[in-house]
Design a protein around this ligand. Sequence first.
Ligand code: ADP
Length: 289
Amino acid sequence: MSEKELDDEPDSTDEEAVDSSLMGIDVAKTTDEDGDRIGSTETVIETRNLDVYYGEERALQDVNMDIHEREVTAIIGPSGCGKSTYLRCINRMNDLVEAANVEGEVRFNGTDMYGDDIDPVALRRRIGMVFQHPNPFPKSIYDNVAYGLRVQGRKVTDEKIERALRDAALWDEVKDQLDESAMDLSGGQQQRLCIARAIAVDPEVILMDEPASALDPIATSKIEDLIDDLAEEYTVVIVTHNMQQAARISDRTAVFLTGGELVEYDDTEKIFENPDDDRVEDYITGKFG
Ligand code: ADP
């Protein structure tokens, strides 16, 4: 999420005001009175007959897909097949793309996220996003993690900052330099900081668009381990052009092919070992794409 967007969020001074601003999104179903997550429906996000057009060009066609709670769902496919477009539909980031026209239905915990009473900014607090290139703010490590909490008018405590940094597997590397600039961290550390920033506001779903493609192999492997750990607590959806990565870290894999068609969606093992669709087999084995 860009700094500008976060700046657009309304100021709020207490946690109650923040919760009531989640307009129409059923958080009660998934959280107890302390706000901790409890068991809920297995499907977190459902897309039904989803079409996306950019002007005349159709980028997604009739996509039907259920994303399951506390799993890693990978979205793979050749460049231009609509992976990022799909990801942006499931936290309404496409609202920010003027040419984009979204048709069909996307439900979050059963609620139509494109309904008239849904506040997209509040929605994006529940469904956070991490981008391809690490984009820390030119602030201290501490202030980067605290940023979302402050913008939402929520209390910042050292415990919350530590927890987010621990969950992002960064705490041990930065605990003695929290006041130093985030810009001095390595690329891999910056990306884990962005993940810490995303999880500090306690989202339910984390969307990641090629989160490791700008990183070296060691930093990539740390991000992959982290994603695996994050799925114990969060629902993770990751776009990757790296098929081995999808095979290593995801529970389910969706294969999009040219024209924005979701060709096959199944357990990752099935997709990579015995896909139903010949085009998926050809793609996986490198015959095209
Ligand atoms: P992928 O992530 O699989 O590479 P994208 O979702 O980025 O695919 O793009 C799908 C199609 O939509 C492509 O043909 C791309 O050119 C087009 N597209 C993506 N974003 C925009 C945009 N902002 N304006 C116009 N066309 C776009």
